[in-house]
Design a protein around this ligand. Structure first.
Ligand SMILES: Nc1ncnc2c1ncn2[C@@H]1O[C@H](COP(=O)(O)OP(=O)(O)O)[C@@H](O)[C@H]1O
Ligand SMILES: [Mg+2]
Length: 275
């Protein structure tokens, strides 16, 4: 793979908790890695250290240590399944808003060193519409909104999209339906969300597909294994690999905005502008 290829930065979001953001983030990352992409998965759910728990990892250091100057970014990266690298969760972004300009520069250069070694950065965001979630989504190149068949899932996804559109002018969103029970269900959910968005907002939503409800997901979580490792041929795994193929075809940001240092600059700006 050529050097200096832009990095695809994808925020996995959805407003509501329990819709499957973390499982999709983990398994999408692994599926992309299996397609020979170099993937870093960032756990940005600062409340619960989700991905560590999902994969049975116990991180010794986090982004907070990088911000404090105690470690370098490569030192905190954990090896995950399928060769993905994981940035463990930390309350780092809350602190990002308070960094001095020298610290800003340090964080940016930490990520810029990583730029040459990464094709895709997947960010697993927390539930809700906190400033932290908004900062990550605003700084990313693509937003993958996860919905499932609960009335509040569509409402919460709408609330997130509305805020990002009205306050920050974001217009492009990708939507994936999770835990579907029938073949047309994902498209129906998308249509519901899309029709309110089209009516009230100036946005372009794109339906990416659906991931079926599959008991294997719960079993994999219980065993602290990634679904793609636990049950590589189950129907949810197949759907996640299909999702990865589509994601891999999304256009890359045009250079230079596709460098990780620019992502981090945007992230710092977004975090700082909330205060
Ligand atoms: N496709 C699926 N089929 C069955 N259960 C699922 C599926 N996706 C997620 N789940 C269940 O939902 C729970 C919450 O998923 P998680 O990824 O942690 O959600 P979030 O990160 O949005 O809070 C998981 O522990 C799992 O049991
Ligand atoms: Mg989660």
């Amino acid at each position: 793979m050529s050097q200096n290829r832009p990095v695809q930065v994808i925020a996995v979001s959805g407003g509501k908790g329990g819709v499957g953001k973390s499982n999709i983030s983990v398994n999408l990352s692994i599926a992309l890695a299996n397609m020979r992409r170099r993937v870093v998965l960032m756990d940005a759910d600062l409340g619960l250290a989700n991905i560590d728990v999902l994969l049975g990892l116990s991180p010794k250091h986090t982004l907070a240590d990088v911000l404090a100057g105690k470690c370098s970014l490569p030192e905190i990266l954990m090896a995950g399944p399928g060769g993905i690298k994981i940035v463990p969760a930390a309350s780092g972004v809350q602190r990002m808003a308070e960094l001095s300009s020298q610290e800003h520069a340090g964080v940016i250069s930490a990520f810029s060193d990583l730029s040459d070694q990464v094709d895709v950065l997947v960010i697993d965001t927390a539930a809700g519409i906190s400033d932290t979630v908004l900062s990550f989504v605003r700084a990313a190149n693509e937003t993958l909104v996860v919905v499932c068949d609960e009335p509040s899932s569509i409402t919460d996804a709408y609330a997130l999209i509305k805020l990002l559109n009205k306050e920050y002018d974001l217009q492009r969103f990708r939507v994936v339906a999770n835990m579907t029970r029938t073949s047309g269900e994902g498209q129906l959910m998308f249509n519901k969300l899309n029709s309110v968005c089209e009516r009230f907002l100036d946005v372009a939503l794109q339906y990416v597909g659906q991931i079926p409800f599959d008991e294997n997901v719960r079993h994999a979580v219980q065993r602290q294994k990634a679904l793609l490792d636990f049950a590589p041929n189950c129907k949810a795994s197949l759907a996640l690999r299909e999702l990865a193929k589509k994601v891999d075809n999304w256009p890359l940001p045009s250079a230079p905005s596709g460098k990780l240092e620019f992502f981090v600059e945007r992230l710092l700006q977004a975090a700082g502008s909330e205060y």
